[in-house]
Write a protein that binds this ligand. Structure first.
Ligand code: FMN
Length: 201
């Protein structure tokens, strides 16, 4: 018999397994700027890509945080790829700090300019995606009640890749050693190896 539970009634385990089941999750390290010019950077693992033509990505904020406010206000956000080397800095940028704090400074990260949006990108990141907001979906539950989570979807309008990670015309995912969010509070994984599996004809 499986351990079955209905989330609304509790999971019956010592720790909620939901995020350990939906794992590993890519981390969207989201840089934004407020209308007043304050820069913000924070990690989001409720993050993914949803379309390739055009490229569309999104992150979900479970609070009324600065990334959400800035994306709503300016219609722009930037994805930065988090790697193993950047784990400590990424974690530092997740601190709950007042909006006037620039997390680039907090984490000792160098900024690099974007081309099409005002927010800066993380200079040390192997790849960054400049996005314009398509929709902010205020998520509701089965009763139509607000959940407090807000899904920000954006179309990628500009892509930066560090040439070090372009090998034979391909982005070297394993070489970049991307960090992924796993189960419980402090769990992460690093992608360091790939294998090939061709789709049936
Ligand atoms: C690896 C990692 C992933 C996170 N993913 C999310 C997420 O998907 N949604 C969320 O609301 N908070 C997430 N957080 C917490 C936010 O980063 C944190 O609340 C941060 O203060 C939000 O910053 P902001 O208000 O500047 O946007 C995550 C934290 C870490 C360390």
């Amino acid at each position: 018999m499986t351990h079955f539970y209905e989330p609304a009634q509790g999971h019956g385990l010592a720790h909620d397994p939901f995020k350990a089941i939906i794992a590993p999750r890519p981390i969207g390290w989201i840089s934004t700027i407020s209308a007043g010019g304050v820069v913000n950077l924070a990690p989001y693992s409720f993050f993914n890509a949803f379309s390739s033509r055009p490229p569309i990505i999104g992150f979900s904020s479970e609070k009324l945080g600065d990334s959400l406010a800035n994306a709503r206000e300016t219609g722009e956000f930037v994805f930065n790829l988090v790697t193993e080397d950047l784990a400590q800095a990424m974690n530092a940028t997740s601190a709950s700090v007042p909006p006037e704090i620039d997390e680039f400074e907090l984490a000792g990260l160098e900024r690099a300019p974007c081309r099409l949006v005002r927010a800066p990108r993380v200079a040390a990141s192997p790849a960054s995606l400049e996005c314009r907001v398509l929709q902010v979906i205020d998520l509701t539950d089965l009763d139509g009640a607000p959940t407090g989570s807000h899904l920000v979807l954006g179309q990628v309008v500009g892509v930066h890749i560090d040439p070090v990670y372009i090998v034979e015309g391909r982005f070297d995912t394993a070489g970049a050693r991307p960090l992924a969010r796993c189960g419980y509070l402090a769990d992460y994984a690093v992608v360091s190896e790939l294998f090939k599996l061709r789709r049936p004809a």
